[in-house]
Design a protein around this ligand. Structure first.
Ligand SMILES: Cc1cc2nc3c(=O)[nH]c(=O)nc-3n(C[C@H](O)[C@H](O)[C@H](O)COP(=O)(O)OP(=O)(O)OC[C@H]3O[C@@H](n4cnc5c(N)ncnc54)[C@H](O)[C@@H]3O)c2cc1C
Length: 400
């Protein structure tokens, strides 16, 4: 049994750490300023010209398509590589993400037809196209099975009607994976269908942006008699619920990796401040309260990393259903980062609250992570339900 990352992943980790510190850290003040000043607009906190430069640099470094299987033109390094790299990138608050975005990749690999491979999957895997998932509606978020958007087959065409809310990426996406109900009676057991809808397709409209507590913003969309050829169905008609759930699992691992990256950065800042700042003639590092914040944060980050790497390893090795692991991670990682960010502010006092440092930025951002991709309470419920069904305590190693 080994607990170290293989050498090639360690090399990758070191390379991305260097990239993050050299290329992303210097952009942080600009990101903070743009986020603070954009008001209700949807201005990108990372300017597009900077994003293009970062894209070019990371392409040269060979960081694209890490988890894309080789048959789709990628590097085939699996979830572990993407996790290690995502964690390192998120040591910075600069919202720069390597293409392609993994969750929808997973959905598309599971469901695309040959024709869709050419039109959507290959360009997406190469990083030439971006996608978004349109699932949430004003009346249904956590309870995905409650969506109302209709998909009716009329004269050989699918017709979508309804609205979607909180859709990330919005106008930046080249296409959307849209979830709709084709059979209300069957619901998630045979009545849910996914559609690929191109940006600007007639009948689909992005109506407004919705700004939130932190950097992330989302969009509202309306579908009004949006007519689609049957070739735009992603996967089997009525069978979208399982690939959708699997897709969520991939994002949950990724969110945990982001939480580890941010926590690592914050603990670094806490250590620096504790060793520097004197109050009443003593360093903060000598105060037990501060020591405990650092000790607890270190312990919780370590525990999250172990869970995360173990889950990524299981995913890469096809070791079964990861619903329990991804729920545990979603709960633990996001709560871990909330605590670490809170302690980091406390260690820094007034400075921790300012926009001179990235701490309050992360403090606000993590609040979103406890809601998106399933709020914490839903994950606790799902996890308890699975464990109670097993009628025995969770045992990762299957020994008993
Ligand atoms: C910035 C941002 C980006 C987003 N991006 C996307 C996107 O790209 N695509 C997309 O489809 N959606 C997206 N979402 C939507 C997001 O996934 C939902 O907001 C989330 O799933 C929660 O759904 P809800 O907001 O409808 O909350 P609700 O479902 O109304 O739940 C509200 C609260 O009720 C409690 N609760 C609900 N059910 C239970 C239960 N069974 N047991 C205990 N407590 C419960 C929880 O505390 C929960 O937080 C985004 C949201 C935000 C804020």
């Amino acid at each position: 049994m080994g607990f170290t990352l293989p050498e090639e992943y360690m090399q990758l980790k070191k390379m991305v750490r260097k990239f993050t510190e050299k290329e992303l850290f210097p952009l942080e003040n600009m990101v903070i300023e743009r986020e603070a000043s954009r008001g209700f607009t949807d201005l990108s906190v990372l300017p597009p010209e900077e994003e293009i430069k970062l894209m070019e640099k990371t392409k040269e470094l060979g960081l694209w398509g890490l988890d894309v299987p080789e048959e789709y033109g990628g590097q085939g390094l699996g979830a572990m590589a993407k996790i290690v790299v995502s964690e390192e990138l998120r040591r910075s608050i600069v919202p720069f993400f390597l293409p392609p975005d993994s969750p929808n990749l997973d959905f598309m690999i599971a469901c695309c037809t040959e024709e869709q491979h050419e039109k959507y999957l290959f360009p997406y895997a190469r990083g030439e196209k971006r996608s978004a998932l349109a699932m949430t509606e004003p009346g249904a978020g956590s309870d995905a099975a409650g969506i109302q958007m209709r998909a009716d087959l009329k004269n050989g065409k699918w017709v979508l009607n309804g609205s979607k809310s909180f859709i990330s990426f919005g106008p930046k996406a080249d296409f959307f994976i849209v979830m709709a109900v084709n059979d209300k009676e069957k619901g998630k057991k045979g009545g849910f269908t996914a559609f690929l809808v191109d940006k600007g397709h007639p009948g689909m409209q992005i109506v407004r942006n919705v700004n939130t507590i932190g950097e992330m913003l989302a969009y509202e969309m309306v579908f009004d008699d949006c007519e689609l050829d049957p070739s735009q169905v992603l996967g089997e008609v009525g069978q979208a619920f399982i690939p959708l759930s699997n897709r969520f699992g991939v994002r949950r691992l990724e969110i945990a990796a982001w939480c580890c990256g941010y926590a690592d950065r914050l603990i670094g800042l806490m250590i620096e401040q504790a060793n520097l700042r004197k109050t009443f003639g003593k360093l903060l590092a000598d105060r037990q309260a501060v020591q405990w914040w650092i000790a607890d944060s270190t312990t919780e980050l370590h525990a999250t990393r172990l869970m995360l790497y173990n889950a990524a390893w299981k995913m890469d090795n096809g070791l079964g259903d990861l619903r329990k692991e991804t729920s545990m991670l979603k709960i633990y990682a996001t709560e871990m980062l909330s605590k670490v960010a809170d302690r980091a502010i406390q260690v820094h006092g007034g400075m921790g609250l300012t926009k001179e440092m990235p701490i309050e930025y992360i403090y606000r951002l993590v609040r979103i992570f406890r809601i998106v991709e399933g709020p914490t309470e839903i994950h606790r419920w799902l996890l308890a339900r699975e464990v109670l069904k097993d009628q025995k305590p969770y045992d990762n190693f299957g020994v008993f």
